[in-house]
Design a protein around this ligand. Structure first.
Ligand SMILES: Cc1cc2nc3c(=O)[nH]c(=O)nc-3n(C[C@H](O)[C@H](O)[C@H](O)COP(=O)(O)OP(=O)(O)OC[C@H]3O[C@@H](n4cnc5c(N)ncnc54)[C@H](O)[C@@H]3O)c2cc1C
Length: 297
């Protein structure tokens, strides 16, 4: 086998549409040979490695509102697709109301990479290891998508179908993600286990968010989201239901962490074995839940 030590990008044609309608039309009529892109931090690596071979790359960064980040105290937060992660982290509104999202963005690679990388790119790449996906799930994100039939909204909860697979159809361009105002008094955390402290994809990623909720028997509702331990990032529903209906004690938090680990179906890969991942999903869930509980009191 010959190893190419200096792989390069294959040739492609750069397309800069003027409107979302133009972008969707082009992507739909060149289905299979055109892809949208934002920061390019995923797509260029995959093209260099020969995984993607698009003939056309459609730049969707400067289209109708995709550069906007907007917070409304009643409606919540809307982050345009082209807003890079450093802008999200630096936003005073994100820091004040969605600090979990800022924390998740901060865990992605380096400052330099985050000047290009976007949350929407992280989502559309649909890697089970995507670091911002758990926060977006826990904060109840909804995607705004422009397709050949116009705009629609889709809950992030049903968006991921498998590694690299989503519900997106030819012609679809995700334009933004919207988050409702977070529940009053909430606390959250993102714990990422990687092979090193900086700049590595997660072996396991656990997001936890909790808040007082008188409609639950326990008086609290917890949201958990797990990354890198299943084909898609997911919410371990049994753990959440357990915490909604049992008094919150060190024992019940540990039982929820066990249910969370039980829900995982990890694989062995270069970053870790399936057995290690499952074990660490339980350990990190326990740590994340204990930390959130401490911050709620
Ligand atoms: C050195 C390095 C380190 C990294 N470290 C991390 C890390 O620690 N954690 C992590 O989670 N990720 C990491 N990544 C992966 C990557 O940086 C992130 O996934 C990033 O968020 C991708 O955003 P982007 O804007 O660059 O996406 P792009 O590369 O532009 O696009 C990603 C994918 O989404 C599709 N897409 C883009 N925009 C749209 C749209 N508007 N509508 C529909 N589909 C679209 C593209 O076709 C492509 O398939 C790393 C990458 C590199 C190169």
């Amino acid at each position: 086998m010959t190893i190419n030590t200096h792989p390069a990008l294959p040739d492609f044609e750069y397309i800069l549409p003027q409107t979302l309608a133009e972008a969707s039309e082009f992507l739909s009529s060149h289905s299979g040979e055109a892809r949208p892109f934002l920061g390019g931090t995923d797509i260029f690596v995959r093209m260099r490695d020969g995984i993607f071979t698009p003939k056309f790359l459609v730049d969707v960064k400067n289209l109708d509102g995709t550069n906007d980040l907007h917070f409304d105290p009643q409606a919540g937060l809307t982050i345009g697709a082209a807003v890079n992660m450093n802008r999200v982290i630096a936003s005073p509104e994100v820091q004040a109301h969605y600090s979990l999202l800022a924390e998740a963005c901060r865990s992605v690679a380096s400052y330099q990479l985050r000047t290009r990388a976007t949350i929407i790119g992280n989502i559309c790449n649909a890697s089970p290891a995507g670091d911002t996906l758990g926060a977006c799930l826990a904060l109840d994100g909804t995607l705004h998508i422009h397709g050949i039939n116009g705009l629609r909204q889709e809950s992030l909860g049903s968006f991921f179908l498998g590694p690299g697979k989503t519900t997106l159809k030819p012609g679809d361009v995700v334009t933004a993600i919207h988050f409702p105002v977070p529940p009053k008094g909430c606390a959250g955390t993102y714990l990422k286990l990687g092979r090193n402290q900086l700049s590595d994809l997660s072996i396991v990623g656990v997001t936890a968010l909790g808040h007082p909720d008188p409609s639950c028997q326990s008086g609290y509702r917890f949201r958990l989201a797990l990354a890198s331990v299943a084909p898609v990032p997911f919410v371990p529903a049994a753990a959440e239901t357990y915490l909604a209906s049992h008094s919150i004690t060190p024992e019940s938090l540990r039982e929820a962490a066990r249910l969370s680990a039980d829900a995982c179906s990890p694989i062995d890969d270069v970053r870790g074995s399936a057995r290690y991942r499952k074990q660490m999903a339980g350990n990190l869930s326990a740590r994340a839940l204990a930390e959130v509980w401490k911050n709620l009191n």
